[in-house]
Ligand binder design. Sequence first.
Ligand code: SAM
Length: 281
Amino acid sequence: MKYHIEKNSVQETLVIPLYGRKVCSERFPHLFKDPEAERLCAMLDYDFAEKGKKMESAAGLFGALEVAQRQYDVGCEVRDYLKAHPRAAVVNLGCGLDDTFRKCDNGTCRGYNIDLPDVIAVRNELLPPRERETNLGFDLNDGRWMDAVDGAEGAVFFATGVFYYFKTEDMKALFRKLAGRFPGAVLAFDACNGRGAKLMTKTWLKEAGITDVDAYFSLEDASALRGWSEDFSSVSAKSYMRGYRDIYGEVGLFHKLMIRFCDSLVKMVIVRIEFRGRTPA
Ligand SMILES: C[S@@+](CC[C@H](N)C(=O)[O-])C[C@H]1O[C@@H](n2cnc3c(N)ncnc32)[C@H](O)[C@@H]1O
């Protein structure tokens, strides 16, 4: 049985990173072996022909490298947090069909995968929750999902390919709420500058019906986020393609040039925000 994904919907956007991880698993197995992405793509009722053709081009393949690499990057953040907080909540914001929790599971942490209810309905069929894992169908802007997350032993939140669909004011409200509610937690997500967001309007964001990109989140310099909340104790950013594992030496000339372009002109980064812990009474 195959599961249908609606065309021209925000939910459709979850197919692109999943397919990108499958393509990287086939083309760069020494970097991104991901049998789960291969298995999931085979289970979807979705016409991959057009996307497949696009990803065969050098530029398309770079897009695939980006999505696979950012999953690797946030996985590093999650594992790092779990070293000091082995029973923490691992919270995937806008999870789509991403299985980072399972890839990072240390046997004691708890995973929460949050996305819009119709995406979670598909996820429940394809990736039904396992032990210590919960799938939650919510709009992230509806703060009630936070009631379901037990952050008593720490929490690490992450989002990949999600905040480009958020208005800056909504993101700010979400981050402030998280920082107030989960002291000592960490939040990691990918971001790019306005130029990068404009480039995306031609592809991903257009497919999600977003044209007025200026109202949506982009980031020239991560330090701009420091003023968003007094509950942030640190904000830092690392290169997407080189900050956690440098793949520059593993790719051909065109992709090397793209990495340089993305680092210097598009400012593609993984942002890490640490929330201030509670001062003991
Ligand atoms: C490009 S996909 C990325 C999926 C996944 N993070 C990955 O990297 O494979 C964007 C995801 O964000 C979800 N999303 C967008 N806006 C959302 C919102 N307001 N609340 C919850 N999920 C949202 C979409 O449904 C979609 O699954």
